[in-house]
Ligand binder design. Structure first.
Ligand SMILES: [Fe+2]
Ligand SMILES: [Fe+2]
Length: 342
């Protein structure tokens, strides 16, 4: 298979001269993350780019071109308002994909393709991560008093648990051996845990979107497997879009005296998640770093960064432009891009 992206080599081809250095990239990004930058909490955007259309389903979205979702209420939306709440909750609820893990069709894999999948070292971490995420999100739903936000977070918890079932089905289908881990018992700090999961997903997804597309274009994964996993990847895009809007909405509606602490919590979660991706976390393996190391596709660092940026923009571009986007990581990476070779 020939690569159709500059700087990306097919798996079968000779190794590139400049292999990706994930930790170096993560270090550059983390420096910027921990030295400033927060999401805007108040803004009014007038919709001009997309016309309102009926609610759709992610299940009907083709990879290229993507179909946009727009809230069926035209006009500006103030962040933190009732309209904003309805919009980001409806975005998650109305784009639900009702696929059933048991009905997914897993392609027959043999030879190198099977060895690549079974040889990836992060399956245990991946299953455990989804387990923790579903628990954190379910606890947050249980303590949420607003009925619409609770319904949306309950759906998110269901989807996280479904990711775990998808991974369990994949593990069973290809004979992947995963370690047993004890049932997860979260700390009682429910909102803290929810924010930790949310910011963790923001950081991991930025690179995961690029890696997923890299694996697709290079032929590292067979197209049928990419197709099977696409709903899971897209669900994570919906989750982080929901999460950053939940953060903006929550902060905007806090009493004035409570806002600074919430802002500090956001920075702490950004910093701690960034540090963990640099390998400074104790007692936890990092899914993103382990995944990148294990994929083993050689690509210019600059080309990989460009791919992460474009994939992030493509997936985030699917929903109403009035919603808040994750901006810190893409903005930082874009600013640092001139210093990255390739
Ligand atoms: Fe997930
Ligand atoms: Fe998620």
């Amino acid at each position: 298979m020939q690569s159709n992206t500059p700087g990306i080599a097919p798996v079968q081809a000779e190794a590139r001269a400049t292999p990706i250095r994930p930790k170096r990239l993560a270090a550059m990004i983390n420096i910027a993350l921990t030295t400033g930058g927060v999401q805007p909490t108040m803004c009014v955007i007038k919709i001009t780019a997309l016309k309102p259309r009926p609610m759709n389903s992610i299940a009907q979205i083709e990879r290229y071109p993507v179909t946009a979702w727009t809230w069926n209420h035209p006009g500006p939306v103030k962040i933190g308002s009732e309209e904003h709440k309805s919009m980001f909750c409806r975005m998650l609820l109305d784009t639900f994909d009702p696929y059933k893990p048991a009905e997914l069709e897993w392609p027959e894999l043999t030879g190198d393709a099977l060895a690549r999948i079974t040889g990836m070292p992060f399956w245990t971490v991946a299953v455990e991560t989804e387990d923790k995420a579903s628990v954190h999100v379910a606890k947050q739903a249980a303590q949420t008093s607003d009925p619409l936000i609770r319904e949306a977070i309950e759906l998110m918890a269901f989807e996280e648990a479904r990711h775990q079932r998808v991974l369990a089905a994949l593990v069973a289908r290809y004979g992947i051996v995963i370690e047993k881990f004890p049932p997860y018992v979260p700390t009682p700090r429910t909102e803290w845990n929810f924010m930790s999961t949310g910011y963790g997903e923001c950081l991991d997804s930025f690179f995961a979107f690029g890696l997923f597309e890299l694996a697709n274009r290079s032929g590292y994964f067979p197209p049928e497997l990419v197709e099977t996993f696409e709903p899971v990847v897209q669900e994570e895009a919906r989750h982080l879009m929901f999460f950053v809007n939940w953060v903006a909405y929550t902060q905007a509606n806090l009493p004035m005296l409570a806002k600074p602490w919430f802002g500090i919590k956001r920075l702490i979660h950004l910093a701690s998640n960034g540090l963990s991706r640099l390998g400074f976390a104790t007692g936890e393996e990092d899914f993103a770093a382990t995944g990148k190391d294990s994929v083993g596709i050689d690509i210019d660092l600059g080309a990989f960064v460009d791919l992460c940026l474009s994939e992030n923009a493509r997936r985030m571009g699917q929903v109403d432009p009035r919603l808040v986007r994750p901006t810190i990581l893409p903005t930082t990476v874009r600013a640092l891009r001139r210093f990255i070779p390739g």
